[in-house]
Design a protein around this ligand. Structure first.
Ligand code: NI
Length: 171
């Protein structure tokens, strides 16, 4: 098990645009394992390679409630969207705050799984939100980028306050 450091905002590497994986080799499989280990350790429901400083189009998630439902998406593309949904989102790279974000309610996704096989996924609810949130990371976007200007500023001010408080608590 290998835990990786999750980068937090405003680390500029969170703005990097990730490159497609050319081959699902042992290195990519190890990356997927590290992402799952780190995500479960941090108590998150999703993690993108960008968040651990690896600019490749790899994300993992587990939106299972009672049982584990691990999903790894490599080179994923959203090929269809329908409707809108509002969801209270948080992010391991922006700890301590959440905000309501508008997303597509239903999506169809094409991707490679962790063995390199092409797969299709139809998602709604939390899973659809999670896929959109994680794929945004691969394009260097954070959820607060999708907020209206006033709300975006308020979220970032609350984030800075939360960071100051947690520094004071730990010193
Ligand atoms: Ni995130």
């Amino acid at each position: 098990m290998a835990l990786r450091e999750v980068l937090t905002w405003p680390n500029p590497r969170l703005r990097e645009v990730a490159q497609p994986v050319s081959k699902v080799n042992d290195e990519v499989k190890a990356l997927v394992r590290d992402l799952f280990d780190t995500m479960y350790d941090e108590g998150g429901v999703g993690l993108a390679a960008t968040q651990i400083g690896v600019p490749l189009r790899v994300v993992v998630m587990d939106c299972g409630m009672e049982e584990k439902r691990p999903i790894a998406l490599i080179n994923a593309e959203i090929v269809a969207r329908e409707g809108t949904i509002l969801w209270q989102e948080g992010c391991l790279s922006v700890p301590g705050v959440t905000a309501e974000v508008e997303r597509s309610a239903h999506i169809n996704v094409h991707y490679l799984d962790a063995t390199g096989q092409p797969q299709a996924l139809e998602a709604d609810g939390l899973l659809a939100v999670c896929v959109q949130h994680e794929l945004d990371h691969l394009d260097g976007h954070l959820y607060f980028d999708r907020l209206a200007e006033f709300e975006r500023k308020a979220t970032l001010i609350a984030y800075e306050d939360a960071a100051i408080e947690s520094n004071e608590a730990s010193s």
